[in-house]
Design a protein around this ligand. Structure first.
Ligand SMILES: Nc1nc2c(ncn2[C@@H]2O[C@H](COP(=O)(O)OP(=O)(O)OP(=O)(O)O)[C@@H](O)[C@H]2O)c(=O)[nH]1
Ligand SMILES: [Mg+2]
Length: 450
């Protein structure tokens, strides 16, 4: 009996030698496999120590067997876990025994999660959260992914969708009563504030998304300022290694250099850049400065650096384009050179540090950590974490703007149509509505066994 939906199995724990290995099964024939290989299917959700046998009745290993009857399982199907000794031989022999059973095959990447989605156990945002949770490298990433895997985004989007469907029902009722002008007018008067409130909530939610996506991919911190002020020195201090060449010559750094570090539980890419000045000494330096401008556009946080004794002619007056959302921190380096006689126009907002003596570097780090926490929006609110969400939410907003035009209030048919488009866009984020085209891409992100 090999049904249309085969029973799948996979090694869900990491490959290679380990204390314990977990093999997972899901599908109609799970119970058959447990009966065959462990003598008898144990009670649901109770860990039971059993001998695991191959197709010839030979004991392969002794281990814990867990039986999760559907629909109350992760996938929604009958499923099970075998917790075995994590040797290559045990794993291979159990997998081989499972493969020999009729109607069984090895799972594809993400196939357990896909079945959970198809059985309505998880929506697409929760599936994406799960993928992020498995990939999470830092505490902040883990927290955000867990919130999403727990359905935080789904509840938000489904809430808006239900609200829109309610407004749509109101408007459609208005269409039926067009003869009675008063009712139609009342309906319109009631729907306008509802539409406007959802619009506003989606706009606010979207404004947070750059930050949430920053947390997923890592935040970019860019070091910038005139040549020779100590940017590369600070880069090396932050990275705790010699990433960049430091030299007393102005214009040492030409290429953009990157180092990955973790601050406040967030992955951070620190970028060291060529010093900005309006009269570069060579075409190569000019190219380096052009790269700095690009880096500044992509930066989430900029540390603007200057130094005591930096000659005024070095400071470029060229305007630099920076995103309005970018956090900026001003720093004055080489504070060790400051004495009572030094005449330097020091920006009072700047944190005075010395990379050489180490003075106030902790202070700078505290400011940087605060900026990172602000930027990553380390709040308890779920935020749109992927480009896919942002695109669909933007489409939803466009449709809502359409619905909210004075012309639409005069033509309820048009308005209902726009509301339907808006609700459908939200339905596509959670996967309620035709999403066949994106499923492959989403589930292929997983490893086998999840
Ligand atoms: N006195 C003093 N010198 C410093 C300090 N930090 C860096 N320097 C020196 O300043 C010079 C320039 O440092 P870099 O780190 O190469 O400066 P930069 O901003 O990367 O320079 P460019 O790559 O040329 O733009 C080197 O000789 C450093 O040793 C500091 O806190 N105090
Ligand atoms: Mg440098």
């Amino acid at each position: 009996m090999t049904g249309a939906n085969p029973t799948i199995f996979a090694l869900s724990s990491g490959a290679g030698r380990a204390g314990v290995a977990v093999i997972r099964l899901s599908g109609d024939r799970t119970r058959f496999a447990l009966d065959m290989m462990t003598g008898q299917t144990p009670d649901p959700r109770v860990a039971s120590l059993r001998s695991i046998r191959d197709q010839y009745g030979q004991v392969i290993d002794r281990g814990l067997v867990l039986w999760f009857p559907g629909p109350g399982s992760f996938t929604g199907e009958d499923s099970a876990e075998l917790q075995l000794h994590g040797s290559v031989a045990v794993i291979n022999d159990v997998m081989e025994a499972l493969a020999s059973l009729p109607g069984f095959r090895l799972a594809e990447p993400g196939e357990f999660a896909r079945r959970a989605f198809e059985n309505g156990k998880l929506d697409l945002t929760a599936v994406e959260g799960l993928a992020d949770l498995i990939d999470a490298e830092t505490t902040a990433q883990r927290r955000a992914a867990l919130r999403q895997a727990d359905g935080g985004l789904q509840r938000l989007y489904e809430g808006w969708r239900r609200e829109l469907l309610r407004v749509m029902a109101l408007v459609e009722a208005g269409i039926d009563f067009t003869e009675e002008g008063d009712i139609a007018e009342t309906v319109m008067a009631e729907s306008a504030p509802l539409i406007q409130s959802i619009r506003q909530q989606i706009e606010e939610h979207l404004s947070q998304s750059r930050r949430a996506r920053g947390l997923r991919r890592g935040i970019i911190v860019c070091l910038a300022g005139p040549p020779n002020v100590g940017k590369s020195s600070l880069m090396n201090w932050l990275a705790e290694r010699d990433v960049a060449i430091v030299d007393a010559l102005a214009g040492t750094t030409r290429d953009r250099l990157e180092a990955r570090i973790v601050l406040s539980g967030v992955p951070v890419t620190v970028m060291d850049t060529a010093g900005l000045r309006s009269d570069p000494s060579s075409p190569v330096e000019a190219q380096g400065i052009a790269r700095t401008h690009d880096a500044l556009k992509s930066a989430d946080i900029i540390i603007w650096m200057n130094a005591v004794g930096c000659p005024q002619h070095m400071v470029s007056n060229d305007p630099v384009l920076v995103d309005s959302d970018t956090e900026q921190i001003k720093v004055m380096n080489k504070a060790d050179l400051l004495d009572d006689n030094t005449e330097t126009a020091i920006d009072s907002d700047a944190i005075k540090i010395s990379v050489r003596s180490g003075a106030a570097l902790d202070d700078l780090l505290a400011h940087l950590n605060q900026a990172i926490c602000r930027f990553a929006g380390l709040t308890e609110h779920p935020t749109a974490s992927r480009h896919r969400h942002v695109e669909l939410l933007s489409a939803c907003l466009v449709a809502l703007e359409e619905a909210d035009r004075p012309a639409s209030y005069l033509q309820p048919e048009l308005m209902a149509e726009s509301l339907r488009a808006a609700a459908n866009a939200l339905g596509r984020v959670t996967g309620r509505i035709d999403v066949e085209d994106v499923l492959g891409a989403i589930f292929s992100e997983f490893c086998i066994g999840k």
